[in-house]
Design a protein around this ligand. Sequence first.
Ligand code: F6P
Length: 373
Amino acid sequence: MAKSVGILTAGGDSPGLNAAIRAIGKTALSAFDMQVIGFHDGFRGLVENRTVRLDETALSGILTIGGTLLGTSRDKPHRMPMGDKFLDMTNTIVETYQKNHLDVLVCLGGGGTHKNAFRLMQKGLNIITLPKTIDNDLAMTDSTIGFDTALTIATEAIDRLHSTAHSHHRIIIVEIMGHNAGWLALGAGIAGGANVVLIPEMPYDIQIVADAIRHRLRHGKNFSIVAVAEGALSIEEAKIMRTAVEAKEKAEKKEDKKKAKIKLDKLKTQQIDNTLHFSKQLENLTGLESRVTILGHLQRGGTPSAIDRLLATQLGTTCVSLINEEHYGVMTAVKGKYIESVPLEEVVGKRKTIPLDHPWIETAHRVGISLGN
Ligand code: F6P
């Protein structure tokens, strides 16, 4: 019997998602005669059984389009806002899966989506996932759909900021996405020729950052570009954050846990003002004027790069081969030049941050980029 495939996209959108949906759909329809339906808005669409038939017409003309035609959300199956309550909706999801006579549910997403997909697998659903996040911080895969496009956008932004920083003899601090990992900031910082790059993996010392800028001043370079990942912290802030994380982990009682989470979330939001405060401090320490540019969601929008389209298409077609072989409970992962399958339990609960001995770190040092430590 022809297989029935469900697809959803969850978490933050990424350029290349439509290319992946197209690849799964086209391969499933033409090479294996499968049925394909999409669920709207991530796991919420599964709860509400909101579907769209992905036939040749629906899959046509979407390769180059950013975002996701299915829509997305950050809703979690086991804790979904329903009216004024959070409810565990996993059983409803299982019912939707059965109602639609699905053989497999394909989930495209990042770390959060993988945790959610794994929960559904434990409920007995056949699951395959595709790695997607512009942050590139998903474990067990060399790269993720959307990273290359976002890297290109952030690099172009740094290129453009150079001329205005140079003309006004200013420091320009460019904030780049990545709360937990600095792949985008470091990659774009090297590719765009930033002078300082600050990443979550390496807490910085502002005096060292100021020294690097003053060193440039002494050598006649009266402007500097500082690329900062959203999650970059000073050495002092990193200590406070670590204590808050430990407190949250230790909190046994539910109420305490809630309080510790609120405290941690508050600390994380404070990071938004952090970049502005950091900019003021640098002005005081260097005597140069400083401006902040927050790239934000620009990094997630628009046409996917050729690399992302290629990657999404490879991951999507491999996913359908796995469905055909009934090889479920896995993520399609990039390993060097090849696409492989990795058991979901090896992916969930981990995060791929930049190892301190990663070649990009050495490269940055060699071209004289200060990493603030
Ligand atoms: O997709 C990951 C990410 O891009 C992070 O880098 C960023 O902090 C976050 O999403 C913001 O997403 P949103 O505004 O959609 O919650």
